[in-house]
Design a protein around this ligand. Structure first.
Ligand code: PLP
Length: 224
């Protein structure tokens, strides 16, 4: 079941890449395992999946411990409250949802020195959505420059969760704004390589607009 679903999602990504003239290996798949147990993650790993995304820090830490025998890569894609930065710094490989300097500073100070730098994306509120999570586009450059200077972190790119769009063209239009911002940071000399955007419903539009990492839960593990 999970193996079949993974194959289906890989097929969707490959097709979306082909449709926009991109190499199929230019888009990474992050399997979002929130609310699903360690068993489901084991099944996905057996089907070749190595990178997993989690939203709820304590749930994730328990799962990461239960799966410590597997060589998995863990991505924090949920809100990071100040009292959770220590857990994120100690247990995750990536944090996609950094949207304040204070969070980045805490992660930097708390990243255990024996671990590789924490790979960081800045969450951008690209469409001014009511969830309010993410930095306003106008503030991204300044935050990126500050984060890029922090030890223990490596700034990799941008992440967005836009509001659901009514159709493909509308989804592409919003994702294209994030892509434009990403290109602008490049032009400022920031060496970024990750555009974390696209989920089950909009991964084709995200790939069309330049996503390098899609975060897919439902299409792999089923409904939550
Ligand atoms: C839950 C979640 C996903 C996966 O969403 P699906 O629609 O199930 O694919 C991706 N990104 C974030 C930030 C999420 O919270």
């Amino acid at each position: 079941m999970i193996a079949n679903n993974l194959q289906g999602v890989r097929g969707r990504i490959a097709q979306a890449c082909q449709a926009s003239g991109r190499r199929p290996d230019s888009v990474a798949l992050l399997a979002v395992s929130k609310t699903f147990g360690a068993d489901a993650v084991r099944q996905a790993h057996a089907a070749g999946q190595l990178a997993f995304g989690e939203n709820y820090i304590q749930e994730a830490v328990d799962k990461i411990s239960a799966l410590a025998d597997l060589p998995l890569e863990w991505h924090c894609i949920g809100p990071i409250q100040s009292n959770k930065t220590r857990l994120v710094a100690a247990h995750f490989d990536w944090a996609h949802t950094v949207d304040r300097l204070k969070t980045a500073e805490r992660l930097s100070a708390q990243r255990p020195p024996h671990l590789a730098p924490l790979q960081v994306c800045i969450q951008v509120n690209i469409d001014g959505g009511p969830t309010k999570a993410g930095v306003a586009p106008a503030d991204v450059l300044a935050l990126a420059q500050q984060i890029a200077a922090l030890p223990g972190l490596r700034l990799r790119g941008l992440m967005t969760i836009p509001e659901p769009a009514p159709d493909f063209a509308a989804a592409c239009a919003v994702h294209a704004q994030t892509r434009t911002l990403f290109d602008a940071l490049h032009a400022q000399g920031l060496a970024l390589d990750t555009l974390s955007m696209g989920m089950t419903a909009d991964l084709e539009a995200a790939v069309h607009s330049g996503s390098t990492m899609v975060r897919v839960g439902t299409a792999i593990f089923g409904r939550r």
